[in-house]
Design a protein around this ligand. Structure first.
Ligand SMILES: C[S@@+](CC[C@H](N)C(=O)[O-])C[C@H]1O[C@@H](n2cnc3c(N)ncnc32)[C@H](O)[C@@H]1O
Length: 276
C-alpha cells in the first residue's frame, strides 16, 4: 500500500464540507449495491446488540442504523448523535429520531443510560489522540455489561478505488497520493489495542468481500465524494480540477467495464465487539 494518512479529522471540514449533508456518504454507499460476495459486517454487529432495548449511535450520519436496530425488534429504541447539523437534519427528515448534534468525545448522555453503544465507521474521523476519550465516553454511557460495537475498515479496503484515484489524477497531470482507506482507526492490531485498553477484552470480526460494479457513474461518484479531502495533499485539485479527475476516473472505469463487464473492488471492513 502507499502512504497511510488519517482521514479528515478536522471538525470544521467534516461539519461544513465532507458531511455538510448526506450526499458524499450516499455516493460511497452506492457501490455496495454491487456486492457479489461477503463483506457483511452488519450481521455480526447486529447480533452483538441482541437484547439491547436502547442503543446510542455515535456519529450516526443520516441514521441508517436506526432502521437496522429497530427492525424486527419491537420496543427497541435508537438514539443518534452526530457532529454535523446537516447529518442530524437528514436523519430527522428520514424520520429517524431522536437525534442530536454532539461530539463523540463529549456525549450529552447520562452515565449508564443506554443498553448498548455503536460507532459505525466514524472513529477514524476523531483525531487519534482523542480516540481513547471517545471510547471512554461510550464506556461511560453504556450500562455495565452492555455491548459496545465499533465498525471500521481495514487498510486494504477498496484498494482498487484508491489506485483509480491516483491513476485518474496522473491522467490530468496531478500527483495525488494513495489515501489508504484504512484510515486512522483501522481494523488492525492498533485499533484492537485501543479497544482492549478501553474495555479489557475485544472480539474482532473481519468481513471481506467483493464488489462487481457495472456502472461507471457509480465508480465516478465514489471518486467525486472524496473531493476536498485534506489528505489529497499538495496537488489537491480545486473544484474544476476535481471535475477533471472524476471524468478521468469515469473513463478508466468505463474502459474496464467495456472490457470485463464490471469493475472489481475488494472490500475489507469489520467489527470490534466489547462489553463495558
Ligand atoms: C462515514 S460517516 C458514517 C455515518 C453512519 N455511522 C453510517 O454508518 O451511515 C461518519 C459520520 O461521523 C460523524 N462524525 C465525525 N466526527 C465526529 C465526532 N467527533 N463526533 C460525532 N460524530 C462525528 C460525521 O459527521 C459523519 O456523519
Amino acid at each position: 500500500m502507499g502512504r497511510q494518512e488519517p482521514a479528515g479529522t478536522d471538525r470544521e471540514f467534516l461539519r461544513t464540507d465532507q458531511y455538510r449533508n448526506e450526499r458524499n456518504l450516499e455516493a460511497r454507499r452506492a457501490i455496495y449495491r454491487y456486492a457479489v460476495e461477503g463483506g457483511d459486517f452488519f450481521t455480526p454487529a447486529l447480533a452483538a446488540l441482541e437484547g439491547a432495548m436502547s442503543v446510542l449511535d455515535v456519529g450516526c450520519g443520516p441514521g441508517v442504523w436506526c432502521d437496522v436496530v429497530t427492525r424486527d425488534r419491537p420496543g427497541s429504541r435508537w438514539v443518534g448523535v452526530d457532529l454535523s447539523v446537516g447529518m442530524a437534519a437528514a436523519a430527522i427528515e428520514a424520520g429517524r429520531t431522536p437525534v442530536g448534534v454532539a461530539d463523540a468525545v463529549a456525549l450529552p448522555v447520562a452515565s449508564n443510560a443506554v443498553d448498548a453503544g455503536i460507532a459505525v465507521h466514524m472513529l477514524y474521523h476523531v483525531p487519534p489522540d482523542e480516540q481513547p476519550a471517545a471510547l471512554a465516553e461510550l464506556a461511560r454511557v453504556v450500562r455495565p455489561g452492555g455491548p459496545v460495537v465499533v465498525t471500521t475498515n481495514s487498510a486494504d479496503h477498496l484498494g482498487e478505488l484508491d489506485e483509480l484515484l491516483t491513476a485518474a489524477g496522473s491522467d490530468v497531470g496531478l500527483d495525488l497520493p494513495r489515501l489508504g482507506f484504512g484510515l486512522s482507526f483501522k481494523l488492525d492490531d492498533a485499533g484492537e489495542a485501543l479497544m482492549t485498553e478501553a474495555f479489557g477484552t475485544v472480539e474482532t470480526v473481519h468481513a471481506r468481500g467483493r464488489l462487481a460494479i457495472a456502472d461507471p457513474d457509480v465508480v465516478a461518484g465514489y471518486i467525486g465524494s472524496l473531493a476536498a479531502l485534506p489528505e489529497l495533499g499538495a496537488d489537491a485539485p480545486d473544484e474544476d480540477g476535481m471535475v477533471e479527475v472524476v471524468s478521468a476516473a469515469r473513463r478508466r472505469a468505463a474502459a474496464t467495464i467495456d472490457r470485463n463487464g464490471t469493475f472489481h473492488v475488494q472490500s475489507h471492513a469489520g467489527v470490534f465487539i466489547a462489553h463495558v
